[in-house]
Design a binder for this molecule. Structure first.
Ligand SMILES: Nc1nc2c(c(=O)[nH]1)N[C@H]1C(S)=C(S)[C@@H](COP(=O)(O)O)O[C@H]1N2
Ligand SMILES: [Mo]
Length: 505
């Protein structure tokens, strides 16, 4: 029974699957988690064509697991695509009695598929070598069948091929993982327009004024939330970076990275919150952002928008439309807490728009289009209404009984441009209210006033009543408006309501 592995349909399929897996891993080894990884365009197509209701459900119930599942599906699809192409190449080669066609065909198929999907030439070679090696190995084993005892049976040849392919896949996955490591911190800022001393001073103030309380972020977040439509983030190069200002303008303008970082920059504390955050959720954080006023960039182009609205576009295909009035308060940001923007937060340039929901703060920003008519952006096409001002929120993230027996509660309060003037706490389910202690306001970008768009921390301690009771928190804005107690779900306009917590004593 010394028939050739590649002469049976099952054998060819097995070799195709094995070589396909090695090919996917080879691509990953060459690129890591980058848009040039062969599964990345597949992942993107899957997520962008997914109906909005499903995306929203996945965000609500699966969180980032939804994105991981989507990526896994994309990897499997790419693998099957490779396997089908390789199996076909082997079949044609055998039928034509051509010894070269299976390997040459495998090389052609894996390269063409990768180059076609990722639109790159060189990185597309990543899958070729391992895939060709596996097919070549299967051919070689077939050629020497019967010559040596250990590889004489077809079963053994199949197992050897699969074993080598699995080994290659594991090595590729390991190399790729190292490539995509995001551990390395973003380097410190050094643009000509950057005032590093001002950055240092502001960060020191934030540290000095932060309550040091377990379980709540300091005034500058240590672990900034990340939300976007990618399981594999864009990886633009600052050398190629260009931000264009287009649409309803007198003349289109393009700004490069060096040009941008040479303009005088502003260092501004701003809080971001996702419209998909939950009541008392964690998709809210604050950083010190360094960037150039967007208004200055756009004025150079001579804006003439009829709708006084603007569309921002990004490297990942994301887009969002919102009023020019909000845009004009924003920054084209390239620094976060004194360092370059981390890749996950929009490297090299993102928008930061004070007071509005997170989704307008476009990362990997590539284009600012002045419009004459309003349109729906990425999330609006999917049913959200998250381009407007944030809703006021007061979170309750910490409770602990202190040494003196009193219980301390703490959290953050944020209301965008409406400002936070007080946080009130009730420990009797809302019957009576007392004022919490607020952290000092973070400083404004310029001048002596408070930051216009930054959260505050609050803390409050009380004598525990010794019986079951409910603590409730609410915030009051600068005009004295108490945040609404009406609870709403995140979709479509963001969560509202008072946060409460029950205690047994
Ligand atoms: N290019 C791009 N920008 C984007 C997004 C995106 O998916 N792509 N997501 C937006 C959303 S919904 C939010 S809440 C914020 C989150 O910013 P962060 O990840 O830096 O916290 O980025 C916004 N900017
Ligand atoms: Mo968001």
């Amino acid at each position: 029974m010394n028939d050739a592995l590649l002469d049976s349909r099952g054998g060819r399929l097995l070799v195709g699957l094995a070589a396909g897996a090695a090919g996917v891993a080879g691509s990953y080894a060459a690129t890591g988690y980058a848009p040039t990884f062969v599964a990345s365009p597949v992942e993107r197509t899957l997520s962008r064509t997914m109906p909005g209701e499903i995306v929203t459900l996945a965000i609500t119930y699966l969180g980032s697991l939804g994105q991981q599942l989507n990526l896994a599906a994309a990897v499997v699809l790419t693998w099957l695509l490779f396997a089908a192409g390789i199996t076909a190449a082997v079949l044609v080669g055998r039928a034509a009695h051509n010894r070269l066609l299976p390997t040459v065909g495998t090389a052609a198929v894996t390269w063409l598929v990768t180059a076609g999907l990722t639109r790159t030439l060189l990185p597309a070679l990543g899958p070729v070598v391992p895939a060709v090696a596996v097919v070549g190995l299967a051919q070689a084993l077939d050629a020497y069948r019967g010559a040596a005892e250990p590889i004489s049976s077809k079963r053994r040849r199949a197992l050897s091929t699969v074993g080598v392919a699995l080994g290659a896949t594991a090595v590729g996955a390991g190399v790729g993982r190292r490539q995509s490591s995001t551990e390395e911190a973003a380097p410190p800022l050094d643009g000509a327009g950057v005032d590093n001393e001002d950055i240092r001073t502001k960060l020191d103030i934030a540290e000095r004024d932060s309550f040091d309380i377990d379980g709540i972020e300091p005034l500058v977040s240590e672990n900034f939330y990340e939300v976007d439509i990618n399981s594999i983030d864009p990886k633009p190069d600052t050398g190629d970076y260009a931000l264009s200002i287009t649409g309803a303008v007198e003349s289109e303008v393009t700004v490069g990275y060096d040009e941008l970082t040479e303009m005088a920059a502003v260092n501004q504390f701003s809080t971001l919150r996702c419209v998909g955050d939950r009541l008392n959720g964690n998709k809210i954080d604050t950083a010190l952002w360094t960037g150039v006023p967007l208004r200055r960039l756009v004025e150079a182009a001579g804006p003439q928008s009829d709708c006084d609205c603007v569309l921002l576009r990004a490297e990942d295909g994301y887009e969002v439309e919102f009023p020019l009035e909000a845009f004009n308060r924003g920054l084209a940001v390239y620094g976060m807490n004194g360092n370059e923007l981390p890749r996950g937060h929009g490297y090299p340039v993102r928008a930061v728009i004070p007071g509005h929901w997170g989704e307008v703060n476009t990362k990997w920003l590539t284009e600012i289009e002045l419009l004459n008519r309003e349109v729906d952006g990425y999330w609006e096409q999917r049913g959200w209404e998250g381009t407007g001002p944030v809703k006021p929120t007061a979170t309750l993230k910490h409770d602990a009984v202190l040494d003196d027996g009193r219980r301390q509660l703490a959290g953050h309060a944020y209301a965008g441009l409406r400002g936070v003037s007080a946080v009130e706490v009730s420990t009797d389910g809302g019957a009576s209210w007392s004022e919490a202690t607020l952290s000092a306001p973070l400083p404004a970008a310029e001048g002596d006033g408070p930051a216009e768009d930054a959260w505050r921390q609050w803390k409050y301690s009380y004598d525990t009543p010794g019986s079951a009771h409910t603590a409730v928190v609410r915030m009051v804005d600068r005009d004295g408006n108490v945040q609404t107690s009406e609870e709403t779900n995140p979709p479509p306009t963001g969560p509202s309501g008072w946060v409460s917590k029950e205690f047994q004593s």
